[in-house]
Write a protein that binds this ligand. Structure first.
Ligand code: SF4
Ligand code: SF4
Ligand code: FES
Length: 261
């Protein structure tokens, strides 16, 4: 069916564009994301779909556009289709995921030093030193992260900085798929962020206090009470809860009932 201007539309009046999904041609509404277009075309996700909000990294996708030599990349749940797009979504990216135990790094009682942390990265991810500086990973990253930079920082042992630069990584693995040096940048960076959280970042006093309260059972009775409630009772408790005003500054607001603080 076509609209008054000769454009193809569906029964809801939405303009359609042609796309190829894994080599097969479909017409899909022009406003859809790749993920919704795949579903519109009749496929059902059993892999390669998680949060639908650009957070989980499950929907890494490569595509080409007509007349453009470049292999482009994006997250299927965030990238809107374009006419003639040729789409290939990855259901899974195999990566180097070595086993490690963060607590065992100083299991012998020895103090963990920046050198020993760097040494552990070298042992677990030696391939990081094979980077040839091609920047393909940086050009591929759908989160706009300078992946080559954090790989170089890991190589130099600047782990806190590498953790910061890689912080927005959603673990889609698209960088690793394209790396000519076969580095799993994202899993190496995940390890480095864990090291940074465990050994390089100052502990938040209020969080330690709360964890101790949880471990001491302060909330056990309240949790048992909540678990015994039915769905409707829980809904009404949630809807009627006291809320922090949207614009309050830290420390400005406290709930009336402070018994659980
Ligand atoms: S794609 Fe691989 S080799 Fe190229 S800069 Fe990134 S990590 Fe280095
Ligand atoms: S760094 Fe790699 S795994 Fe992380 S978001 Fe970018 S492309 Fe995806
Ligand atoms: S489904 Fe989670 S990032 Fe796309």
């Amino acid at each position: 069916m076509s609209d008054g201007n000769g454009a193809d539309v569906n029964k809801n009046g939405e303009r359609l564009v042609p796309v190829q999904i894994m080599g097969r041609l479909y017409e899909v509404p022009e406003t859809l994301t790749i993920m919704k277009a795949v579903e519109y075309a009749g496929h059902r996700y059993v892999r390669g779909c998680g949060c639908r909000g650009g957070i989980c990294g499950a929907c890494g996708t490569f595509y080409r556009l007509p007349g453009d030599y470049q292999l482009l990349s994006g997250l299927a749940c965030q990238t809107v289709v374009q006419p003639g797009m040729m789409i290939m979504q990855l259901p899974y990216v195999p990566a180097n995921r070595p086993d490690y135990d963060l607590d065992a790094l100083n299991g012998d009682g020895a103090a963990v030093s920046p050198t020993s942390l760097h040494e552990s990265v070298r042992r677990l991810f030696p391939e990081v030193y094979r980077c040839v500086g091609c920047a393909t990973c940086t050009k591929t990253c759908p989160m706009g992260i300078d992946v080559m930079d954090y790989v170089a920082l890991i190589g130099r042992g600047e782990l806190a900085k590498a953790a910061e630069v890689s912080f927005s990584c959603v673990m889609c693995g698209l960088c690793a798929i394209r790396c000519p040096a076969q580095i799993s940048q994202h899993t190496a960076a995940m390890y480095v962020r864990r090291l940074a959280g465990r050994y390089l970042t100052p502990r938040a006093g209020h969080l330690q206090e709360r964890v101790a309260q949880v471990r001491a059972g302060k909330y056990d009775a309240q949790l048992a009470q909540l678990k015994a409630m039915g769905r409707d009772e829980l809904k009404s408790l949630y809807a009627g809860r006291e809320r922090e005003p949207d614009m309050s500054e830290p420390g400005e607001w406290k709930p009336k009932d402070t018994v659980w603080l």
